[in-house]
Design a protein around this ligand. Structure first.
Ligand SMILES: *Cc1c(COP(=O)(O)O)cnc(C)c1O
Length: 513
């Protein structure tokens, strides 16, 4: 493809993408292809000779499109939003055009410098404490990773090495210190609440450290409490184990619970500033975007006591996947844990300490120019535009909750609307019937194809999650979903549907819909 062919093909692609976007509301949300659909549609081996680009573009429509689930659809109320936006899409084109591996400052100075500036901007927009700014007193700062899971693993490495260094600081270098370090390694425990995202457990698995769960209860809205944390810490200490890391969650995946940050600070206060200091990472992957709203700013205050914070602008902040913003209070811990300087990576700038080499803040060496899309999104919407987007999602969630509460004959609100997430259950007699009905209704709605919802099971209770953060979502869509929920629940409650309750099996009701 030469430059002129590129102009033509790329312009055609833009028109097709714009048409696709306009067509999304009329499409089925979730792809309904069967597993393995694609292989028979494609040749068994790659083409030996170049193919006309028009043929490739045509196959995107005929072969790929059927296997796409439309995350931008107003009927997408599953998981969490992962909304693209036109400004972010254009920035992605530029990022692709400047393509490089960008591991050192000199690999493209703008890539590093824009990231530092934009993450300082974003920290201000969220109201994060000063200590997370690149110019703050504690020498913190932000970096963009690909995902929250990567962020958790990366800060857990820094936490581990910081802990081991502090616990052995009193010993002179030598074999005895090394032996003690390895002994301590076998006693390390990473902690997260029962509501923490699975990425904390996975990170512990990757690092080869133990993982312990702090219990949560419905009484406290499934948020981790200081007292429960203190109890777990005592139990671990009694076993001679060494807690070194904790994930505190702002907006849990199941129900958007916010852990009790002041209680956590209190529970850890005895250890703070001692060699037993526990690194606290705040995982706000989804709900972090809600800190853009002034009413949520107080939630960020206690984060000043913690060590790191992360949220995904690629979830609710109109920035294309992948973009996970991570801040640390002290960048030295990351760099100490992750810096490796083989001769081929040395250069006059990196050796001078004048520049940031973000490769030392992450696991991979190479990195994408992700800050470009964040910069473009922040400018194209402005903080006010982003606030309006987040606010709309929050409001729609509250409206849905109000509608559900008006039909207490059919539903119960399991957890109230928070950060554009409501969870609900169908009414019934006894947990078994409630679970069966709720699961039945959930499967029926998804089978209909107009909406895509996800569910969760907390403490043995099956609940439907409805997330109202997708950019295209309007009140009419919420009303339509609510009407379907009512219609389905009414049939069940009146006993008109053949309720089988078998997981994964469609009911008579679902097939009739
Ligand atoms: C989505 C989510 C994650 C996982 O995010 P990835 O970026 O896909 O790793 C982790 N924690 C919370 C609270 C989330 O909402």
């Amino acid at each position: 493809m030469d430059t002129n062919e590129f102009r033509e093909a790329a312009k055609a692609a833009i028109d097709q993408i714009a048409d696709y976007h306009e067509s999304i509301p009329s499409r089925r949300v979730v792809s309904d292809v069967q597993p393995g659909y694609l292989r028979p549609l494609l040749p068994a081996s790659p083409p030996l000779d170049p193919e006309p680009f028009a043929d490739i573009q045509a196959d995107i429509h005929s072969k790929i499109m059927p296997g796409i689930t439309h995350w931008a659809s107003p009927g997408f109320m599953a998981f969490f939003p992962c909304s693209s936006s036109y400004p972010a899409a254009i920035a992605e084109m530029w990022s692709g055009a400047f393509n490089g591996a960008h591991f050192n400052w000199i690999c493209s100075p703008a890539v590093t410098e824009l990231e530092t500036v934009v993450l300082d901007w974003l920290a201000q927009a969220l109201g994060l404490p000063e200590c997370f700014l690149s110019g703050g007193e504690t020498h913190g700062g932000g970096v963009i990773h690909g995902s929250a899971s990567e962020a958790v693993l990366t800060v857990m490495v820094a936490a581990r090495d910081k802990f081991l260094a502090a616990k052995t600081a009193h010993m002179p270098d030598g074999e005895a210190k090394e032996d003690e370090t390895w002994r301590l390694r076998s006693r390390l425990v990473a902690l997260g609440s029962a509501g923490a995202h699975s990425s904390t457990k996975k990170a512990a698995q990757v690092l080869g450290v133990r993982f312990a769960t702090v219990p949560v209860s419905e009484e406290h809205g499934f948020a981790m409490q200081g007292a429960a944390l203190a109890k777990t810490l005592d139990e671990l200490a009694a076993k001679g184990l060494e807690p070194f890391y904790l994930t505190a969650t702002l907006g849990s995946t199941d129900v958007c619970a916010v852990d009790d940050f002041p209680g956590i600070v209190e529970a850890l206060s005895r250890r703070a500033g001692t060699p037993d200091d526990v690194w606290v990472h705040v995982d706000a992957a989804y709900a972090g975007s809600a800190l853009l709203l002034d009413e949520n700013k107080p939630l960020a205050k206690p984060v000043a006591h913690f060590h790191s914070f992360n949220f995904n602008p690629h979830k609710w902040m109109l920035t294309t996947f992948d973009c996970s913003a991570v801040w640390v209070r002290s960048r030295a811990h990351l760099i100490t844990a992750l810096s490796i300087k083989p001769p081929y990576l040395r250069n006059q700038f990196s050796d001078s300490e004048l520049v940031t080499d973000y490769r030392d803040w992450q696991i991979p060496l190479g990195r994408r120019f992700r800050s470009l899309k964040l910069w473009v999104v922040l400018r194209a919407y402005g903080v006010r535009g982003l606030q309006a987007h987040v606010h709309e999602g929050v409001e729609l969630g509250e409206k849905l909750e109000a509608k559900i509460r008006e039909r207490e004959d059919l539903f119960t609100v399991f957890t109230p609307a928070r950060f554009a997430l409501v969870t609900l259950r169908v009414g019934g007699v006894g947990e078994e019937q409630i679970n069966a009905r709720t699961e039945e209704l959930y499967e029926a709605i998804n089978a209909g194809g107009q909406f895509y919802l996800t569910s969760t099971v907390v403490d043995g209770k099956f609940a439907i999650r409805v997330c109202t953060g997708v950019a295209a979502l309007r009140e009419e869509h919420v009303q339509k979903l609510f009407d379907l929920l009512v219609e389905g629940a009414q049939k069940m409650v009146k006993g008109q549907a053949g309720i089988k309750g078998a997981r994964g099996q469609l009911s008579d009701y679902a097939q009739a819909t």
